[in-house]
Design a protein. Structure first.
Length: 327
């Protein structure tokens, strides 16, 4: 009797220890996100309870863009929202992230904005341009110059943090800036007569926005990351459904302290990818902007050329679409 009871208690204790150990491992997954429509969309998943519906606990942490990457590199986050190119930059400094989700591609929200009197990219020859050197805006500028038959030797780059580009254009110190929404829109408002000279709509796929997860978190909690992706596509459906889009926009606008009617145009400049299209882009093996791997090859070469880091990256270590393909 005693031995049976002891055995029962021992098994119960073992079960409890197993339960508490499993529970302890299930701390919230932490995701750093910042002010870009394709990432502000995570707020919809949070506010509508989609993480809970998918069966995963997530803590979203709000940052300015570059500090979010710094926090990820410092192991303070399980994942962070970045561009595909900046994922490589962060990896070069020791904070490798594995891209498991393509949120969107920029479809006009990233812009080269010219000061009054600057009518085209060609007009920038010999002029100063404010841009965050080595990051995604720099790549957009490089492509814009190339489209006009210019190179960086034809202009003078002024290194300006993206969130300071509106006031830099307004100061008159530069003839153009490169930024993404909301900074690009703020620059247009701050300087009457300014205009977009070139946008990401002119090079679709140049900038893919992704969720990059630390290899450690991905290995330890792969099943939970699949659930995160499920929650994401619940949010995407909610945003794209005409019946619920206004509510989604209101949620996103509130996160960045804007009115819904001010925020809604940003969605047009950000093509949030439906699941099947994300799979197509993620799995395609092209050398151009039509695939994630092609776009990432191009940005990798650019960043080596710009001496952002010394050698090309092993891109296979940075992309894993297998979780997406399970959905």
């Amino acid at each position: 009797m005693k031995s049976t009871l002891l055995k029962t208690l021992t098994l119960a204790a073992a079960g409890w220890l197993g339960f508490t150990a499993a529970y302890a491992e299930k701390e919230p997954l932490t995701i750093g996100y910042s002010d870009w429509p394709g990432w502000v969309a995570w707020e919809v998943a949070k506010e509508k309870g989609f993480f809970e519906k998918a069966g995963v606990e997530v803590e979203l942490k709000w940052f300015e863009y570059v500090p979010s990457m710094d926090a990820f590199a410092a192991k303070q986050l399980d994942a962070v929202c970045m561009t595909n190119g900046d994922t490589l930059v962060t990896g070069a400094t020791g904070g490798r992230g594995v891209m498991i989700l393509i949120n969107d591609y920029s479809n006009g929200n990233d812009m080269v904005v010219g000061a009054p009197g600057i009518e085209s990219i060609k007009d920038l020859k010999g002029k100063k341009i404010g841009v965050e050197v080595g990051f995604v805006s720099h790549l957009l500028l490089s492509n814009a110059l190339k489209s006009a038959g210019l190179t960086e030797e034809d202009v003078e780059l002024v290194n300006v943090p993206t969130d300071q580009t509106p006031q830099t254009l307004a100061s008159g110190e530069v003839s153009a800036i490169v930024a993404w929404q909301p900074n690009s829109g703020q620059a247009l408002k701050a300087v009457p007569g300014s205009k977009p000279l070139y946008t990401s709509a002119d090079a679709k796929g140049l900038i893919y926005d992704v969720l990059a997860v630390s290899p450690q978190s991905l290995a330890k909690r792969r099943d939970d990351w699949v659930k995160v992706l499920k929650a994401w596509y619940m949010a995407v459906d909610f945003i794209k459904d005409p019946k619920t889009q206004d509510e989604a926009v209101a949620i996103m606008a509130a996160r960045v302290n804007l009115k819904a009617d001010e925020y809604k145009p940003f969605l047009a400049g950000t093509f949030i990818l439906p699941l099947e299209e994300a799979k197509k882009i993620g799995n395609a093996k092209t050398d151009d902007f039509s695939s994630l791997i092609g776009s990432t090859k191009i940005v990798d070469a650019f960043q080596v050329e710009q001496e952002v880091y010394e050698k090309p990256m092993n891109l296979k270590r940075y992309i894993d679409m297998s979780l997406l393909n399970e959905l």
